[in-house]
Design a protein around this ligand. Sequence first.
Ligand code: NAI
Length: 512
Amino acid sequence: MNVATGSASAQFQIVGVIGAGTMGAGIAQVAAQAGCSVKLFDARDGAANAAITRNTEALKALAAKGKLSAEEATNAAARVKSVVDLNDFHDCDLVIEAIVEDLGAKQTLFKTLETVCGDGTIFASNTSSISITAIAAGLTRPEHVVGMHFFNPAPILPLVEVVAGQLTGDDAMNRVEAAAREWKKTPVRCKSSPGFIVNRVARPFYGEALRVLEAGGADVATIDLVLREAGGFKMGAFELLDLIGLDVNLAVTKSVWNAYFQDSRFRPSLTQEEMVAGRMLGRKSGRGFYSYPEGVPTPPASPFGPAPTMVQYLTESDALDPLVDRIKAAGIKVQSRKEDDPYGAGQLRVGNATLCLNDGRSATQIAFEDDLPNVVTLDLARDFTLTRRVALARGDATTTAALADAVGLFRAISVEVSIIDDVPGMIIGRTLAMLANEGADAVLQKVADAAGVDTAMKLGVNHLEGPLETADRIGLTLFNAILVNLEGHTGDDRYRQSLLLQRKMWAGASLR
Ligand code: NAI
């Protein structure tokens, strides 16, 4: 295949797409832009032609923006033809279905297609939640059935999860993977299992934010601000939930939760359930976690405190070192005791405050258990070298003056501060640890390899860095401590540690 000349794809010349809704129309456009002849079918009269008209407009708009030439746009649009009878798929090399998300409907469709298409035709499903093994059940050639999971909008998002059911053949996997590359997508292989990679590993992003909210840790706007400015996420969890639709997101969460036999890792949130019941669905209903058109409110400015001239590095860690370097670079003297923190966390003394990096315990618990005065916990930032913001929490026995001392340190190095309540795991620490934990379990269970999990999360949900890369960089000991302490505090099996995370930690190895 040569995309520049628009000649047909090397893997598949004639591609059938069934279902001309949001996804099917987009997939047809992607295949046509790569040079394939595409046949598009929809059970609803006129739907396929309407999709072709929309695609033609979209291609013209791309040409107007200079993303392709006018000739390429015209040729790509002309390659998609609507068909009105499934028998018209007889000469297709690949058929992708993007019909209603219903197992019975998908099985019936592929059973019919097996009688229509040649023996070599590959059948791909764009399902986001149904088992590929189940879709292939009852077919004569289950080895030809593959998941080809595009993300919405398909013409724009680069990720395609190429999913193997239990009986999928290597040849079908290899060919679909190669085709995805020819279509200028980034394929990631995975094993059929609930949520595949992205819809499974991304769950804690929403789940942990909702739990911080429910635990009274902070308000919605503060959690989002901390996720953006300390966590390095493009959007906060609540903004994103409002954009996706609380109902759509809840349906995915419930589907994954039920598919894993109600594993508490994926347990839905009562708050979200209640809001969906009240039709507070996000942007589309005018109200979700925020009200629209107003949207996300501007949060209050950071508090002030006195700038220190000196801090003591009480216990050291790799995770805290970058912050200490930044403090030194700002001209503040750092006195080190050169003692390593056993949990990979680390502590600083700033004026009256004992500033402890979040290890999954609350500030009050650390003060009590470690017999430390005036504990203020510091939430992890994705990167202390660059972060514009940190979150701090004071223990119940911590004085206001000590909190001001901690705030003063960050103001002195030009970092904004959000004060949150004394909730174990804070915001970023628990989110990053849980994303890595879920990613590690997906690797352990051979759903995908470590590089595949990271790539899928970067391309599928736009994360700056893969969850396993983050864990390796910040420290497995610290992530494990956060999970152990959260599990201890909540008694919730949700925080059980992935055996792979622990094995790599014990071996002093990395996840990647
Ligand atoms: P949609 O509702 O926009 O389009 C589905 C289309 O399929 C409709 O035009 C409908 O008339 C047609 N259809 C239904 N049953 C049919 C049948 N038996 N034969 C032929 N046509 C039939 O749905 P959407 O969002 O495009 O989803 C399609 C599939 O893609 C589902 O399996 C969904 O889970 C999956 N998916 C959806 C994503 C999304 O963000 N919307 C993302 C990734 C996957």
